[in-house]
Each structure stands twice: as C-alpha cells, then as structure tokens.
Design a binder for this molecule. Structure first.
Ligand code: BGP
Length: 472
C-alpha cells in the first residue's frame, strides 16, 4: 500500500502556463524569448542568441494558457480531481524583474501568495520549484547567466524572500528544475549563450557548480527560516540501458548515468564524487571551489530527491539508430514502443529508476513529472476520449506501486506532468498535450482558452480517491 498521506497531484511550470509575461511589473526572462518553430532548439541551447522578442517569431510562453488570470478556476478543477498536491514554479522575474534588485516586486509576491492560499483553501499542498528553466534577461545580458558566480547571490536573495514571505504557506520546495538539463540546453537551464566549443565544458561545469552551491545555500536559508520545510533537488531521470551485454556498452551506460547522478550526488551526499573530480582534472577544468563552497555543500544536503521520469535511454558504443527524448538522445530500444514524439514508453523503467535512486541515496523520493504527450481529438460534444493517456499512466502507477510495495522504496508522492494542457518545453507546441483538462488553444496561440474535462480527468479522480488501488 502507498502511504496514507501520499501526495497525488499534478505539476506545471510558470513559463508553460501563466502567460501574462509583461503585467504587474514582471521583467523579461529567457523563457519569454524561446520561440515556437524551427529555431526553438537553437535558442534553447544558446546557439542562436535571442535576448528580446522579434516580430518574425511566435513566443508561446508569453501568453501560455493564461493561468495568471485563471488560476482559481484551474485549482478548483485540480481540487475536483482530489489533488493532494500541486507542483508549480515561481517566475523569478515576477519577484525580481531584473534579478539584481535589492527590493522585490510586491505585486509578484502578492500573486503567488494568493495562489498558495487558494491551494490551501482547497486542501492542496503546494510543492514549489524556485526556478523552472527561467532566468531574468537582465542577468543574462549583464552577467552572462550562471557561468558568473554572482548569480549565487541573486538566487540567495530570491530564496530568502520566498522562504520568508511564504513561511507557513509552502512546506515543500525544489531548488532547480531538472538541474542536469543545463548541460544540454544552456540558455534554458542556465541563462547562457552557447560557449565556444573549446570553452564549452569548462563553462557548463562552472555554471553547474554555481547552481549546486546556490541550491545548497537555498537549502540552508530555507531550513533556517523554517526548520519544518522539506527541500528537494530535481533530476531529469531515467535509467540508462546498455544496448547489449558488450562490456563497452555497459561501461558507456555507466558513464552516461554518472553525468546525471553527478548533480544529485552533490546535492544529496554533499560533496563532489570521485569520478567527477577526475573528469574535471582530466579536462583541466577549475570550477573555483572555495572552502566555503565545500562547507555549504557538505552541511546542506537535500531532504528528499525528486525527479521527472518520461523514459529510459539506451546507449551503444557503436552508433545505432537515434531515438528522441527530453533533451538528450539515445539509441532506439527495439523492445519499447514510442510516443508520437518518439519518446520511448517504459513503465518498468520507472521501477528500475526508483530502485537505482533509492539504493544510491537512501532518501525519500518524489516523482514530480511523468506523463504522455499526445494529440487529442475533441469530439463534437466536447469530450476527449484519451484512453491512451489513461493506459500510459496506469502502467506507470503500477510500476511505482511495485517499487514501493515489493521493493520497499520510500515514495512521497506523484505529480503527473501538465495536469492541464500547457505549452511544451521541448517543442513550444500546445498540441503536445499531457492534461486531464483540455485547453482550447492551438500552436499559433488561437482559441478561447476554455477548459474542459477529458476522460482521464474522471479516471485520475478515482485513482486518487482509492489511493492508487483502483486503476481500471
Ligand atoms: C521536462 C520539463 C517540463 C516539461 C516536460 C515535458 O523536461 O521539466 O518543463 O515540459 O519535460 O517535456 P515536453 O514539454 O518537451 O513534452
């Protein structure tokens, strides 16, 4: 059985649902200038510099699904499904429009306070990500994003304000969304324009170090302000499979896994693992670790480990057929089916990933993203029969239940990605839908924004009501 207080719910990110990008004093952020269309990946990765919007592109995050103005209606729908928990993120630029101000923007603080109060009124526990892929443009222009050590101070200021103002309202926090993604999409993950090839590794690991230190500081500040809060890290997870039993394939899978574990090793154990120190040494990378950094990392490890899980990845020593995925590619796994976007579907992989993480860290885990991006068809009567989504989620729930009930993994909760349709991070589309709630909006930003319940809405409500016992 899952624990009685298991946190069922859904997860969103400010930039993918709020919209209202330029109201009530909000500043411009990297996420506001990542366009839909063929240039998206180049901008996300920083290869195509984009520091302000132009009139040749459409920027879906600017309007998104307008949750900024509709959050009451949306939270009411979450409550109707019985959500125990709602994972969401803060838009940094609502709180500090430029990022380096001394004083926060009160209008931005007031907005989130109302959102948290609304959640509490409806018995929903907010789980808040301090930054989900967002960084003020001003910090990118002036300081070059996270490659600059000063970012740690700006982030500390943000964290201090949030922990102080929302004391008593928010008990679960995450420091950085999918912290490992910065290695793959530096503009989105770390507010960085693409470094020269020769400098790339150095700058990326420099930025990673700064985020890791900032995360540890936030953990310390949060615990000082309110010792009862629980602060977690967040990994884009998914086990690596060797394509064959050839030792070279197995070794490659291990190396790829370590590139991800590196972040959580530091956040959970409090020090750089030996393999990472050696890798930095080999590449002559000096990340500028200070004695204070070492102490902060050591003394402020996370309370729990959260992660997104969409798929496993398969790697081969020899180039095989590529498969797509969230941010990093692998080789196609011949044993797995794929989503319409080419992401492999692997419920057992979730059980494997849970075991891997629990064995490694022995800390409570939290699945904070999982789901199927799919095309939905609205029937003439307005209904959406999304049995494919139900099937996907059912199998993943069975898999994590097995990890808990048969393997003894300590799991705090499960928040599916995008309980309400929102803008895709990878593609900028609206048509890649994850929701239980349909939103009338298309890839070009047209539509009424009206919300409606899909079949999966009623299914998930039953799942939550029965604490995961009733899955049919
Ligand atoms: C994760 C991100 C989310 C989310 C999800 C689904 O990497 O944390 O922000 O969007 O992936 O990805 P996509 O939107 O590309 O389908």
């Amino acid at each position: 059985m899952l624990r009685k207080d298991f946190l069922w719910g859904g997860a969103t990110a400010a930039n993918q649902c709020e919209g209202a990008y330029n109201v009530d004093g909000r500043g411009l952020a990297n996420v506001d200038v990542i366009p839909h269309g063929p240039d998206r990946m180049a901008v996300m990765c920083g290869r195509l510099p984009m520091l302000e919007p132009d009139d040749k592109h459409y920027y879906p995050a600017q309007g998104a699904i307008d949750m900024y103005h509709r959050y009451k209606e949306d939270i009411a729908l979450f409550a109707e499904m019985g959500f125990k928990c709602y994972r969401m993120s803060i838009a940094w630029t609502r709180i500090f429009p430029n990022g380096d101000e001394e004083q926060p923007n009160e209008a931005g603080l007031a907005f989130y306070k109302e959102v948290f109060k609304e959640c509490r009124r409806r018995g929903i526990e907010p789980l808040v990500t301090i930054t989900h892929f967002d960084c003020p443009i001003h910090l990118i222009r002036e300081y070059g994003g996270w490659k600059n050590r000063r970012m740690i101070d700006f982030y500390k200021r943000l964290a201090t304000v949030l922990f102080t103002r929302y004391k008593g309202l928010v008990r679960y926090w995450l420091t950085f969304n999918e912290i490992n993604v910065l290695l793959h999409a530096p503009f989105m993950g770390a507010g960085m324009l693409a470094p020269d090839e020769a400098e790339r590794d150095r700058l990326l690991y420099q930025a990673a170090h700064h985020e890791l230190v900032a995360s540890a500081w936030a953990t310390r500040i949060g615990h000082e302000i309110d010792p009862t809060v629980k602060i977690g890290c967040m990994l884009a997870a998914g086990a690596y499979y060797p394509y064959s039993c050839r030792p070279e394939d197995v070794r490659l899978a291990q190396i790829e896994a370590q590139k991800n574990f590196f972040f959580i090793d530091v956040q959970s154990r409090g020090y750089y693992p030996a393999y990472a120190l050696k890798m930095l040494e080999r590449r002559h990378i000096d990340i500028g670790m200070t004695a204070e950094d070492e102490a902060i990392l050591r003394e402020n490890t996370v309370d729990f480990i959260s992660f997104s899980y969409y798929q496993t990845r398969c790697v081969a020593y020899k180039e095989g057929e590529k498969s797509s995925g969230n941010m990093f590619d692998g080789v196609r796994n011949p044993y797995l089916k794929e989503s319409a976007w080419g992401w492999s579907i692997d419920p057992l992989g979730l059980r494997i990933t849970l075991n891997e993480l629990y064995d490694r860290y022995q800390k409570p885990l939290f699945i904070v993203e999982n789901g199927l991006g799919a095309h939905d068809t609205v029937e003439p009567d307005g209904s959406v029969h999304d049995s494919y989504r139900i099937d996907y989620l059912r199998e993943h729930i069975k898999a994590f239940k097995a990890a808990v009930e048969e393997d003894g993994v300590d799991l705090l909760g499960y928040t599916t990605w995008g309980p309400i349709d929102l803008v895709s991070a990878g593609t900028g589309e609206m048509s890649k839908r994850y929701g239980f709630i349909y939103v009338d909006r298309d890839d070009a930003g047209r539509g009424t924004l009206a919300r409606s319940r899909k079949d999966s809405f009623y299914w998930y409500k039953k799942v939550i009501e029965s604490n995961g016992e009733e899955l049919d």
